[in-house]
Design a protein around this ligand. Structure first.
Ligand code: PBG
Length: 333
């Protein structure tokens, strides 16, 4: 007897929760999650960040306490971002060379308290420059000087490694960063320190809340910061994959795609071209938009949050940097 519909019924494996779980292809696990954290100087209470509900800038002491909570929740890793006092910024990011730089103190304190927590720190100059760009500028001030920035990044990477960072993460999307850092780290005796490369990072408007959080929103006299001479064009997947593969060749330990949700195709394409572990960064704007829609009552908060994370995993991420990390872990507990 021939049926008047396909003999293969897809819905057979969706009938109950049990069978749906059996055929589920990917699942999120707390061990996949990396919590980004903001640190600011002083001893005050955590400062809330308007456009990132539930996120705070912690003083170093508070940061250590928060890391303790994350360890208890089973979060394996954090990425720490400093908000540097405006008075310490200049055109060349020279505060990188100050031994008492907030980020070095913060990394040391966290590593000392929780050596088992994998600690990631960015290697880029945007927290330290008064113009907000990720590198030192060319003589005419019109662009970032790619190669002149490398020695400053090498110094930053070495100091981060000395302070206890496990992975340094070159995040400026300029050329020669991974190779330059690998050489410098090895020569300084930090062969054990890894490199998580921001391998395909786009010139995205989704970084807005983050730039407010760390105070790198705009160069003097401009309304927003244009990083299109170094970050990738959102239109270009082939260029993104080719650029990311250079970081593989230069010796990166893991590659990152950023932002995550709007660039799942890039993540998927890269997954097919490299055997390195892949990270995806669900950035501040992705977090903010889910919160905003939920506050308006337009989306179910927890469901959309979880779906957004699962989609990133499905596209090929081994690990996810997400501001939802701690609360996702809390919800599982
Ligand atoms: C700095 C850096 C940025 C983010 C992480 N590292 C901002 C930028 O490139 O302007 C953004 C993260 C987020 O939006 O959550 N190089």
């Amino acid at each position: 007897m021939s049926a008047s519909f396909p003999a293969y019924r897809s819905r057979r494996k969706r009938q109950t929760a049990a069978v749906r779980a059996l055929v589920q292809e990917v699942r999120l696990d707390v061990r996949d999650l990396i919590q980004p954290l903001f640190v600011t100087d002083g001893t005050g209470p955590p400062q809330s960040i308007d456009s990132m509900p539930g996120m705070y800038r912690y003083a170093p002491g508070g940061l250590v306490a928060e890391c303790g909570r994350l360890v208890d929740l089973g979060i394996p890793a954090v990425a720490v971002f400093p908000q540097i006092e405006p008075g310490l910024k200049d055109g060349s990011g020279s505060h990188v060379h100050a031994a008492d730089n907030l980020i070095y103190r913060a990394v040391r304190a966290v590593k000392q308290a929780y050596p088992q927590l994998w600690l990631i720190a960015d290697v880029a100059l945007d927290p330290y420059t008064d113009h907000g760009h990720d590198g030192v500028l060319t003589a005419d001030g019109r662009d970032v000087d790619n190669d002149a920035t490398i020695p400053v990044l090498q110094a930053l990477g070495i100091r981060l490694a000395e302070s206890g960072a496990d992975w340094v993460a070159p995040s400026d999307m300029m050329d020669g960063r991974v190779g330059g850092l690998r050489t410098a780290l090895d020569e300084a005796g930090h062969a054990g320190t890894g490199i998580l490369a921001y391998a395909a990072k786009f010139a995205s408007a989704y970084y807005g809340p983050f730039r407010e959080a760390v105070g790198s929103s705009r160069a003097a006299g401009t309304t927003s910061l244009d990083k299109r001479t170094y970050q990738l064009n959102p239109a270009n997947r082939r260029e993104a994959v080719a650029d990311a593969l250079l970081d593989d060749q230069e010796g990166a330990d893991a590659l990152m795609v950023k932002p995550a949700g709007p660039y799942l195709d890039v993540l998927h394409a890269l997954r097919r071209r490299t055997d390195l572990p892949l990270a995806a960064y669900q950035v501040s704007g992705e977090y903010a938009q889910i919160h905003a829609a939920a506050q308006l009552g337009w989306l179910d908060y927890a469901s959309v949050r979880d779906e957004s994370l699962l989609a990133i995993k499905r596209a090929g991420a081994d690990m996810i940097l997400t501001y939802f990390a701690a609360e996702w872990a809390e919800q599982q507990a």
